[in-house]
Design a protein around this ligand. Structure first.
Ligand code: NAD
Length: 267
């Protein structure tokens, strides 16, 4: 694999200050992309990611924007175009959980998760698509741009106690496919990424004690929790011209979590 396969590309990673987004921002920078590291609140963490990239010889800057706010998103894209002249890759990564049993779930919990996880991807993708169409396919590239949509195994696995989250990820699946269908003639690829359990702050209670980790591992046939670097490598490849014929599908990266391991000796 060409380690500089994103050379000269410009990438925007939402929620690039933590967990999977951080892993993707670092991996894309290592592959040669200039990176806008978006963050919601944690300026210090975003600055650390930028410093890690620049001290390794890469280019990056941090930008605060709430992906669920239209004006924030438009301001972020304007700043990106002003700074790097355009965009080649949008990594819609930002997401959160607000868990509750169904009957206890408040409208605020429902709206918060749908607004960030789903509407955030709509707002960012729309700005990216407009810019990709304006730029067209430039010299030496196969696509006008690539939009990667962070989904989850919960795009297909129902999740009691997390219906807002599962609904947001199920929504991302049809959002991703529908815009992929609409944008393919413009040479824009749109691809979903469906991680299983990746070791990040979002699911700390599922791995931070040996008992919790043992329980989690019963759901993962491959026998280990995933790391942000795993997803970083996948995102780099999906964004590169090596993945040029992939659009409108979700690539699951889950150590077999979607294989319904409960059926291995129980069917
Ligand atoms: P994380 O909590 O470490 O990171 C979440 C990121 O989203 C943070 O950078 C945060 O700043 C950002 N964010 C939250 N609200 C935002 C907003 N309004 N505007 C901009 N940014 C915002 O968790 P993570 O595990 O790295 O999650 C990243 C993505 O991966 C999410 O979409 C999550 O649903 C998805 N995912 C995670 C796992 C896992 O096991 N960790 C599995 C499947 C999918």
């Amino acid at each position: 694999m060409d380690s500089q396969q994103l050379n000269g590309r410009v990438a925007l990673v939402t929620g690039g200050d933590s967990g999977i987004g951080k892993g993707i921002a670092l991996a894309m920078a290592k592959a040669g992309a200039k990176v806008l590291v978006n963050y919601a609140h944690n300026h210090e963490a975003a600055t650390e990611v930028v410093n890690e990239i620049t001290s390794a010889g890469g280019e990056a800057f941090a930008y605060q924007a709430d992906v669920s706010h239209e004006q924030d998103v438009q301001g972020m894209f304007a700043k990106l175009v002003e700074t790097y002249g355009g965009i080649d890759i949008l990594m819609n990564n930002a997401g959160l959980q607000q868990d509750a049993t169904f009957v206890d779930m408040t409208l605020d919990q429902w709206n918060k998760v749908i607004n960030v996880n789903l509407t955030g991807q709509f707002l960012c993708s729309r700005e990216a698509a407009k810019q990709f169409i304006k730029q067209g396919v430039t010299d030496g590239r196969n696509a006008a741009g690539v939009i990667l949509c962070m989904s989850s195994v919960h795009e297909v696995i129902p999740w009691a106690g997390h219906v807002n989250y599962a609904a947001s990820k199920g929504g991302i699946s049809m959002f991703m496919k529908s815009i992929a269908q609409e944008l393919a003639p413009k040479k824009i690829r749109v691809v979903g990424i469906g991680p299983g359990a990746i070791q990040t702050p979002i699911n700390k209670e599922a791995w931070d004690t040996p008992e919790a980790l043992d329980k989690l591992l019963t759901l993962i046939p491959y026998g280990r929790i995933g790391q942000p670097e795993d997803i970083g490598k996948l995102a780099v490849w999906l964004a590169s011209d090596d993945a040029d014929y992939i659009t409108g599908t979700t690539i699951f990266m889950d150590g077999g979590m979607t294989l319904y391991p409960g059926f291995a000796d129980n069917g």
